[in-house]
Design a protein around this ligand. Sequence first.
Ligand SMILES: Cc1cc2nc3c(=O)[nH]c(=O)nc-3n(C[C@H](O)[C@H](O)[C@H](O)COP(=O)(O)OP(=O)(O)OC[C@H]3O[C@@H](n4cnc5c(N)ncnc54)[C@H](O)[C@@H]3O)c2cc1C
Length: 263
Amino acid sequence: MKKVTNPIRTARVQKAADENYRVKTLEMDCDLPQALPGQFLMVWVPGAGEKPMSIGNSNPLTISVAKVGKVSGELHALKAGGMVSFRGPFGKPFNIPERAKRILVIGGGYGVVPMYFLAKVARENGIAPLAVIGARTAKDIVWEKQLFTVCKEVFVTTDDGTRGKKGNVLAEAQWLIEGKKIDAVYACGPERMMEAVAQLCVAHKIPCEVSVERYMKCGVGVCGSCAIDGKLCCVDGPVFSAEEALSFAEFGKSRRDASGRKC
Ligand SMILES: Cc1cc2nc3c(=O)[nH]c(=O)nc-3n(C[C@H](O)[C@H](O)[C@H](O)COP(=O)(O)OP(=O)(O)OC[C@H]3O[C@@H](n4cnc5c(N)ncnc54)[C@H](O)[C@@H]3O)c2cc1C
């Protein structure tokens, strides 16, 4: 009989915590030791659908959900004791260069979540992570406290200046890249932000990877929903090198919504 390589698993939520008015973190009662930073789960809510969610921690398995629609709304309503079904981990993870001593992680919105997982694993391997996190307002910041536990320094920016430096992450990223010896940069968040970070790193010849989000259905390279310039975000990504992401005509410019329309 053929072995099922990625069976659906079900875990119990052991902790459900509001990060802010929109984002909730769900900590499961299990670990996922094979998960690597940058990978995602396909999280299934019976009757609502299945959606990719970044892994925020593998030990215990943790995700953070921004409430925007059907599946995220159902996940958001979960409390401790509720059940979550998922497949995975899927996708290509982030790569840390072999001799890296200091890395910079940059997160915008809930893009901070996989950056924590990467920073944590880097720290466990003797690498010093620095972090820049950005949000629209102070109320939109997530996972700042978690990042402080694993990063040497954390710099915060908000668009309206209600917390940290006023502005976006780019200025902070630029002075860190120019002023400190950074061996690699990683970004996850709004695509225009990642595009600017990728351009900055290419200009400074610093290895950089970004995590690209596209509308996904199967998560395993079969349906083609997450195609981006001939690549499939679910199996060729979601992590791409800065150079590869910048070569995608639609990166930072457009994407398809659930109906398949470009937006
Ligand atoms: C690799 C990856 C990692 C992700 N990680 C996280 C995470 O950690 N936390 C999190 O909250 N979300 C994450 N997402 C987004 C998540 O998978 C869903 O897209 C989101 O939760 C909306 O699903 P929904 O069923 O609630 O909304 P729906 O009811 O499907 O849609 C609500 C609205 O949002 C639009 N929409 C939904 N998803 C997309 C999309 N991907 N691109 C463009 N338009 C879209 C729909 O067209 C609709 O207008 C990730 C996506 C990817 C590809």
